[in-house]
Design a protein around this ligand. Structure first.
Ligand code: DUC
Ligand code: ZN
Ligand code: ZN
Ligand code: ZN
Length: 484
């Protein structure tokens, strides 16, 4: 059976033009004028764009004594409802646990996905076993990214020697390291001090993680990647200090990528001074929301290309879960939702305000990350042969965001009450209509795992320390001056 999307305007990362799109067997088979097929979807007044890819989600993740509340079913339903057709989730081994074993756990959870998905593998500890398993993960399991936490001391955090070893292994395997860049030692020390001084509310979470701890760790991760000779991807870049480190490295010729979240772009630190404890705690995430100067820096980075991807770090906890931290902000589960709202919020605050062009919108929500993850043009493209992961975007459709109408399983929404203009008319996952305006037609289990092959063209280090594995022996001639 063929489907034709008619009367719309195709918008990709580099082109805008009027054409119909014909789909068969889950793929785009033709792009042209006056196409016909067995089924027609009307895109009059709409843009036909590659479905969004959210490269940063935590679905049903064990974390801080509980599990994040959206699983692969509700999470991917929320994604599709907002125009996102692929998610990349983090498989997280507990320290000491086999990477392969952790991946099996994530494989089992993901069978419920409504849209396609992939995984990043986290390196939360270091050993000969991890070194060996990384190769299996890349070669056999089709995963080309490894995540490192520089924060969450005593839990997920790796220190610099472990990170350096893992980055070198990534360079050998053609894998891309990802980094949660916050100085975990400083955060732990500041958290303890704040608590001891009686600052136990959610606002103290933000005080314990200022922009400096993120800037410092971002610089450190970039320098270590340079020594290891690999590119590096900084997740949830939230502040000017981190953005500045990324800009500087890119200007020097390094492959360094930065990923702001829709939350940091559109919500600011004043959320934490809300007198309602629940309101503030629901917005506790790491890094925390920042002030307007930081937000302006992130928007500028997306426009100029120094930051490449907008994600969500979707990690949703209910109010009841957030209340684990009453009396001690360090026990508030870190995380916010955003999967359903990323695309409408970015369109409203980016495209509708003139901060982003439509083509830049497609680049930062889909195409750039497809290229970085080495799945372009299967994903992230409107091209013959690409997967028909498509959003038919109606720039006139509006709504007020409300937890009452959301797909996410939690009982609130951090964007509650925000007006958005620009929403999907249709979302298609491999050619199947999953969303038709307000009608949800998602199919549990429709989602497939997307393999990602290693990238052979890894960055060559710019650092002076060119050959790390075999440092040159210093040979000297002559006799040292007497007395030395
Ligand atoms: N930050 C969060 O807020 N939640 C999940 C993990 C993270 O790094
Ligand atoms: Zn160590
Ligand atoms: Zn993180
Ligand atoms: Zn995360």
């Amino acid at each position: 059976m063929t489907t034709v999307i008619k009367n719309g305007t195709i918008v990709t990362a580099d082109l805008t033009y009027k054409a119909d799109v014909k789909i068969d067997g889950g793929k785009i088979i033709e792009i042209g004028q006056n196409l016909s097929g067995d089924e027609t979807l009307d895109a009059s007044g709409c843009y036909i764009m590659p479905g969004g890819i959210d490269p940063h989600t935590h679905l049903e993740m064990p974390f801080m004594g509980t599990y994040s509340s959206d699983d692969f079913e509700s999470g991917t339903r929320a994604a599709l409802s907002g125009g996102t057709t692929m998610v990349v989730d983090f498989a997280l081994p507990a320290p000491g646990q086999s990477l392969i074993e952790a991946l099996t756990m994530w494989d089992n959870k993901s069978t419920r996905a409504n849209c396609d998905y992939s995984f990043h593998m986290a390196v939360t500890w270091w050993s000969e076993q991890v070194f060996k398993e990384m190769e299996t993960i890349v070669r056999d399991k089709g995963i080309n990214t490894f995540k490192h936490f520089m924060a969450y001391k005593g839990a997920l955090m790796v220190d610099d020697d472990e990170m350096f070893a893992s980055f070198q292994r990534c360079a050998e395997l053609g894998a891309l390291p990802l980094v949660h860049a916050e100085n975990g030692d400083v955060v732990a020390s500041m958290s303890a001090k704040l608590l001891a001084e009686g600052n136990n509310g959610p606002e103290a979470h933000a005080y314990s993680r200022p922009a400096e701890v993120e800037g410092e760790a971002t610089n450190r991760a970039i320098m270590i990647a340079d020594m290891a000779g690999c590119p590096v991807y900084i997740v949830h870049t939230s502040c000017e200090q981190a953005h500045e480190a990324i800009r500087r490295a890119r200007a020097k010729g390094m492959r360094v990528y930065g990923e702001p979240l829709i939350q940091h772009l559109t919500l600011d630190e004043s959320e934490y001074s809300n007198p309602d404890w629940d309101h503030a705690a629901r917005r506790v995430m790491s890094p925390p929301f920042r002030n307007k100067q930081h937000q302006d820096s992130l928007w500028a980075g997306l426009a100029s290309g120094s930051l490449q991807v907008v994600a969500t770090d979707h990690c949703a906890f209910t109010t009841a879960q957030k209340r684990f931290g009453v009396g001690d902000f360090t026990k508030i589960p870190n995380g916010t939702g955003g999967l359903e709202d990323r695309m409408p919020m970015l369109w409203t605050h980016g495209v509708n305000t003139g901060r982003l062009t439509m083509n830049e919108f497609v680049a930062v929500t889909s195409t750039n990350i497809a290229k970085i993850l080495n799945i372009y043009p299967k994903k992230g493209a409107i091209l013959v042969g690409a997967d028909a992961d498509i959003v038919v975007w109606d720039p006139q459709r509006s709504k007020t965001i409300s937890s009452k109408a959301q797909q996410s399983a939690i009982d609130y929404n951090v964007f509650e009450g925000k007006e958005v203009t620009g929403l999907p008319r249709y979302t298609l996952t491999r050619g199947v209509v999953a969303i038709e305006e307000n009608t949800i037609k998602t199919r549990e289990g429709h989602g497939e795992f997307v393999r990602r092959e290693p990238v052979t063209a890894v960055s060559k280090a710019l650092s002076q320390w060119k050959d790390i594995t075999a440092p040159r022996k210093v040979t000297r001639s002559g006799i040292p001056p007497s007395g030395v």
